[in-house]
Design a protein around this ligand. Sequence first.
Ligand SMILES: [Zn+2]
Length: 161
Amino acid sequence: MVVREYHPNPKSHARPRSYVRCRGSGAVSYGYLLFCGMGPLRMIKESEIMKGQACPKDYAANLQKLLKSLNKFRSAYGKPMIVTSGYRSPEHNRKIGGAKNSAHLSCQAADFSDPDRKLAEFCLNNEALLESCGLWVEHPSYTPTWVHLQIRPVSQRYFKP
Ligand SMILES: [Zn+2]
């Protein structure tokens, strides 16, 4: 058995993540899957929100706040969360018929795939968690196959579009 330490970014001062690999067995450990970004504990990344677009300067702080809130929530959820829509430019938002004042326009919202409604159910059952993460949810009855989470405050935790 080989135990190694791995620095995801050599310039980073973050503590190295260790992982264990079983030599010759062909099997990879859970830790190795995490290291590969394939495990359920994988964090939601900036690139998943921006999808190749540059973050407008005015929204850089929103983006960091959004990621922090979403990842705190995701840690409690404990399962993968797949971003289907993050930041939207005004053009893109118009094209897909998004709401005019959508929180997606200011890097304050993300949509997550949820065809089996597991994430929606978790949201509906964990209002206190949403509150502690600083997240508001479009009521899942309006989002049949996805979940919309946003950091821009609205009057109701589960709000109407
Ligand atoms: Zn949305």
